[in-house]
Design a protein around this ligand. Structure first.
Ligand code: ZN
Ligand code: ZN
Ligand code: FE
Length: 739
């Protein structure tokens, strides 16, 4: 009598079959294990079957994630030994893991000798590329970018030896059979020469795991200046990559930050600059902002390079301004030489483009700001009540686009795809949709999108010919936060403080600073920031002084405006506001932050990236002290005017501004809890990526239950997840497009 055991979850590409084989051998069991469309399938015979099933769970490889183990009695021919069978090809329901940072055994291997000394493509069952090299499911070498590399006899022996850590490691490779590096211009020792070039102040393009990157010496101001000029990235913060010892010499961090840095997903972790040690780095790396983004080397190639330069490097994605990251060698040669002096390449294809993920530790734990490499295609459990609903695909926002598939009680949220104003990114967006359906067997019966008809994502969703649910932008933010906190479908209504950039409101005006009362099905707007004009429409997103003009005039400070904005065409803008021409009203919190930033002399003329003015304002506020000012609320409209009349130190005004906005919304939200209309508060929207605003709002709400974002971005990167949940709830409840 034997047992047939089904293991579901993230169990492929994590060394699960070798683990099962070792465990069976230890317990003197015979049988077989294979990967199939639903996960891992095991047939075992012997006596210690219960012990085997328990150990499957308790001793599983640390990088696996088991959802369920189901064992049933099984009768069949008993084999003589335990064996690993090749993958069976039916269906495509199972998962592959995200890409995993190099493990400590492999680091030792490349530095301490053996066959793979200095080998840039060393990886084992516990580490290495996964999703970025995957062509087809299930995950097996022949269906990855490793297919052209025929294993040598030594690698084959390790791959087949159940006691080796390469046992069934699909991307196993060595210098004699695996991918090879080459530098352009040509070099006999690509790593040493790349390092030498970096130390000379050159810009180096590197073929990474999920795309090409651009690197330069982070201590060299000329190199940094040149990189910024050539990449046309004047001020957006750049990330720093350094080995563990080097990072420690520059900055201290909390235990949680240390954990995030060393996590196998290897994200960029934002760490306060107040924790920098005496050794300084040039301001140009992240001018005007409160944090530095640090990342540890996560591939053998990065390790070898950093070991050779022994200092931090600035690492940024390798692309021309506005375009997606380059992944092909030919495209790299054609485009990246416009920025880089040399390119460190290799001959393994990148199948899928994935940026680095970005995280920060908040008082409520780690918070993902950009969800990409190391996170995708991880799935998330859906809350109670979402298992027996229609499968849905949702197409998210426009600038921080993502796609989300909700199927079988699980959400598969794509990586950050990016700005759909760029034609290449639109291509990537459509490719992601098609690929995810194909790879993961997603068969949505309905689709969801934003209310905004001009979002490319909305247009794409409408073109698919499936039942379409249009979801209000800030309702989707609210639902995304509910969903990741596993709030049940019948969990009751919550008070959602949604502080955001811009989103089309249910009434046709532009929203973005709202208190919503609602659940997955419905919402009402309970309070909002007093709307102000966006003079010049889109131009108001880029030029903070336009918002400053609108808010200062609204506060009755007209003559002050004339003094401050002498060189600006304020007369014309006022006229546009009065005649309502290209000056739509908006309750956007993001634009209010821009207005205050400009008022305090930050980014007055122009911001070169989204959120720049607000980031500078946060950094300034952290230097000041300011208690919350009680803002007037009339007919549910919160008026920020008094904040523009404050006098005193700029930093104190900025601090008071943050505290007052936090307190005003917290107060309104609390009143919905007190009245019994809501059972918890939700914090969502892009402004909650402002760590100070988040901290202050949490402080103001310390007496009520609060849900925040951790796994899903609070910004528009999380929107598709919220849309999918709302569409599923509405389809379940039989209500469609009622707001
Ligand atoms: Zn390894
Ligand atoms: Zn080999
Ligand atoms: Fe948004």
């Amino acid at each position: 009598m034997g047992r047939c055991i089904r293991v579901r979850g993230q169990v492929q590409g994590v060394g699960f079959r070798p683990f099962v084989s070792r465990l069976a051998n230890r317990l003197n069991l015979v049988g077989q294990v294979l990967n199939d469309s639903e996960g891992v399938l095991i047939h075992v015979f012997g006596t210690a079957l219960d012990q085997f099933e328990i150990s499957l769970k308790t001793e599983a490889p640390s990088i696996s994630k088991i959802d369920v183990i189901e064992g049933v009695t099984f009768e069949g021919p008993e084999p003589a030994a335990f064996s690993i069978l090749t993958s069976s090809e039916f269906g495509t329901q199972t998962r592959v893991t995200p890409d995993i940072a190099i493990c400590s055994d492999c680091i030792a291997e490349i530095f301490e000798g053996g066959r793979r000394l200095n080998y840039a493509f060393t990886n084992c069952t516990q580490c290495g590329p996964r999703f970025t090299i995957l062509q087809k499911m299930p995950y097996d070498r022949a269906r990855t970018a490793m297919k052209p590399f025929v294993m040598c006899a030594d690698c084959r022996a390790e791959y087949s030896n159940s006691t080796s850590r390469w046992f069934h490691a699909q991307p196993i490779a060595c210098p004699s059979c695996g991918p090879r590096l080459h530098l352009i211009p040509e070099s006999k020792d690509p790593i040493a020469d790349s390092a030498w070039r970096l130390l000379q102040g050159e810009i180096l393009a590197i073929k990474g795991i999920g795309g090409f990157q651009l690197a330069c010496d982070a201590t060299n101001i000329q190199a940094l200046t040149r990189l910024r000029e050539k990449k046309r990235r004047p001020s957006k913060p750049l990330a720093l990559m350094a080995s563990w010892n080097v990072i420690k010499a520059y900055t201290s961090f909390t235990r949680e930050e240390e954990e995030r840095l060393n996590d196998m997903s290897a994200p960029i972790v934002l760490i306060s600059r107040t924790r920098m040690r005496s050794r300084k780095l040039p301001e140009i790396i992240a001018p005007g902002v409160y944090e530095f983004g640090w990342i540890l080397p996560y591939t053998p190639l990065h390790h070898l390079l950093l070991d050779a330069v022994k200092r931090p490097l600035v690492i940024t994605s390798g692309n021309l301004s506005g375009e997606p990251q380059v992944i092909c060698n030919n495209e790299a040669k054609e485009k990246l030489f416009k920025i880089a002096d040399s390119i460190l390449m290799h001959d393994r294809d990148i199948i899928r483009r994935l940026d680095d993920s970005v995280e920060r530790v908040t008082p409520r734990g780690p918070m993902i700001l950009r969800r990409a490499r190391g996170r995708v295609p991880e799935t998330m459990m859906l809350p109670e009540g979402f298992s027996d609903v229609l499968d849905v695909a949702a197409y998210g926002a426009h600038i921080k686009s993502t796609i989300c598939f909700n199927q079988n009680g699980q959400a598969l949220l794509s990586h950050h795809i990016g700005d759909l104003d760029d034609p290449l990114t639109i291509e990537e967006f459509i490719k992601t949709d098609i690929e995810f359906r194909f790879l993961f067997g997603q068969q949505p019966k309905a689709v969801a999108c934003d209310l905004h008809p001009d979002y490319r994502s909305s247009q794409y969703a409408a073109s698919l010919g499936l039942p379409l649910v249009k979801v209000q932008h800030h309702h989707a933010h609210l639902a995304a936060c509910l969903g990741e906190n596993l709030w049940p479908i019948t969990g009751g209504k919550v008070a959602g403080i949604i502080l955001d950039g811009l989103g089309l409101g249910a009434d046709g005006t532009i929203w973005g600073g709202e208190l919503l009362l609602g659940d997955y099905f419905k919402f009402e707007r309970c309070a909002w920031l007093k709307p102000a004009a966006l003079p010049g429409g889109d131009a108001a997103n880029r030029e903070p002084w336009r918002n400053m003009l609108a808010r200062l005039d609204q506060a009755g400070l007209c003559s002050y405006v004339e003094k401050r904005l002498q060189k600006k065409p304020y007369g014309l803008l006022r006229q546009a506001i009065v005649t309502n021409s290209n000056a739509p009203l908006s309750s956007s919190a993001g634009r209010l932050f821009d207005a205050m930033a400009a008022h305090l002399d930050l980014c007055v003329d122009h911001q070169s990236f989204e959120g720049q003015a607000a980031m500078y304002l946060e950094a300034l506020a952290r230097e000041g002290i300011g208690k919350a000012l009680e803002l007037p609320v009339q007919k549910r409209v919160i008026d920020p005017a008094p904040l523009f009349k404050l006098v005193g130190e700029r930093a104190n005004i900025a601090a008071c501004f943050h505290a007052s906005i936090a307190e005003a919304f917290a107060k309104e939200a609390r009143s919905l809890i007190t009245s019994g209309e809501a059972v918890a508060v939700v914090l969502s929207g892009g402004c909650f990526q402002n760590a100070l605003l988040l901290e202050l709002t949490l402080k103001s709400l310390n007496d009520v239950p609060v849900l925040t974002h951790n796994k899903v971005p609070a910004n528009d990167g999380g929107l598709s997840f919220g849309q999918a949940l709302i569409a599923q709830a509405k389809l379940k409840g039989g209500i469609l497009n009622d707001n």
